[in-house]
Each structure stands twice: as C-alpha cells, then as structure tokens.
Design a protein around this ligand. Structure first.
Ligand code: PGA
Length: 250
C-alpha cells in the first residue's frame, strides 16, 4: 500500500514571518491527520517555519539545493546547511528550475546523487511541455528525465525517492491534466522504474501529480491507481485551499 503524500511548493512566496504564521495555522489544522504532508518554503523562510511546526508531523523541505557541498559557489545553498537546520527533504528538477535556470537532466542527477549520499529524501520532478506533448514526445521526455535523473541511484536508495509528474502546461495555468491522462503518465513512469529496477521498487514508488491541483480536482486525481499524491503550488499558499487538498479522502 502506498501512503498518500501531499506536498506544497511555496515557490518564491512567503517571507519568514508570513511563512511562520501560515505554518502554525496549518500544523494546528492538521492535528490528528495521518496523511503525509510536506511544505517547501523558500530557503530563508525555512528556519521560521521549522520553529513554527515543531512537534507536528509536517515535513519541511527545500525547493532546491546546490550540486556541491561547500566552496566558492556564490548564491548557492548546500545540503550540509539544510541538514544542519534539520531539513532532510528536497525538491529537485522542478520545471521552473529547468526552464528558467537552465538545469539539465545531468545537472539534476548530480544533485539527486548528492542529496541521497547525504541521506536526504528527494522529490524529483519530471514532465513535458505542451509543445512536447503535442509532438507526441511525452514518453520520450519522461524516459529521458527519469532515466538520467535517477542514473546511479541504487534500488535501496529508491526508498528515498518520490517522483512528481508535473506536465509543464498544467503548472500555474489553471489547466489540469485529466485524471486519465495523468494516470497514464504515472503508469508509464512506474513501468519505466520497473524496467530500471524491480517490480517491488516500482510498486513502492510514490508518484505525485502536480499542475493546478485544487480542492475541486484532487479527489478525482487521487482516486486513480497510479496517482499517490500531489505537489501543489498556488493552492498550497492558504490554509483554506490547502487543507481540503490534504483531506481529500474525508
Ligand atoms: P501549481 O504548481 O499547483 O500552481 O500549478 C505546481 C508546481 O509547480 O509544483
């Protein structure tokens, strides 16, 4: 049985004080809930949020990290710094990192291996653009992103990997993939992981869907066989919108 895993990617939103207030409200609202929930604040907001959610089960993750552990890398944040704060989870390969900051599959893979070697959990994002989907390249793109993203990751380390399927055309656009389309892409990823590893690894893998997830569509998405969770952007920024997503099965 795969346990549902709902994540909120705050992107470049929420100052430390806003984030702390929000996280406190969220942690309170989630008291007693057994769904696995992660929130990913901007780096500088993380310490305030960690303090605000102390004692709760909320996972606080980073949205990115450096491909190096330390050194002359101006503007970067290392896994060692995150771990020192108590952050053990990181989102890598988000489509905004790929599209806006030019992160390649090879570069993302380097970060994935570094995070795993530091004992961190990785939420690896993959997904096609509209152009790629319309050109019939969905499977080719997913194969490349998954194969290269996971290159060198052992079967044992796959226990620390979550994959988020986020079709780029559905992110922040209000357009959601139909539950069927999303489920097909998830099934494709699961089969790919089975080929790269084992049936057992593929069956255990949590695959989140991301792209305009909201209270009104989460239930239909989560009812699909291969959709095990959600990576939520816009709708993760208010307790009113995020809570019904986390409580999709209520
Ligand atoms: P969205 O973002 O929910 O605002 O579409 C999802 C994401 O980018 O992770």
């Amino acid at each position: 049985m795969r346990k549902p895993y709902i994540a909120g990617n705050w992107k470049m939103n929420m100052t430390p004080s806003q984030g702390a207030a929000f996280a406190k409200d969220l942690a309170k609202a989630l008291e007693g809930s057994d769904v696995k929930v992660m929130i990913a604040p901007p780096f500088v907001t993380i310490p305030a949020v960690l303090e605000a959610v102390k004692g709760s089960n909320l996972i606080v993750a980073a949205q990115n990290m450096s491909d190096n552990l330390s050194g002359a890398f101006t503007g970067e944040v290392s896994a060692l710094m995150l771990k020192d704060l108590g952050v053990n989870d990181v989102i890598l390969g988000h489509s905004e990192r790929r599209a806006i900051y030019g992160e390649t599959d090879e570069f993302i893979n380097k970060k994935v291996l570094l995070a795993l070697s530091e004992g961190m959990n990785v939420d690896l994002c993959v997904g096609e653009t509209l152009e790629e989907r319309e050109a019939g390249k969905l499977e080719e793109i997913l194969t490349r992103q998954v194969e290269i993203g996971l290159r060198g990751v052992s079967a044992a380390q796959m226990a620390n990997i979550t994959i988020a399927y986020e079709p780029v055309w559905a992110i922040g656009t209000g357009k959601t993939a139909t539950p069927e389309d999303a489920d097909n892409a998830h099934a494709f990823i699961r089969t790919l992981v089975e080929k790269l590893y084992t049936k057992g690894v593929a069956e255990e893998l949590i695959i989140q869907y991301g792209g305009s997830v909201k209270a009104s569509n989460v239930k239909a998405l989560m009812s699909k066989e291969h959709i095990d969770g959600a990576l939520v952007g816009g709708a993760s920024l208010s307790v009113e919108q995020f809570l019904p997503i986390v409580s999709f099965d209520k």
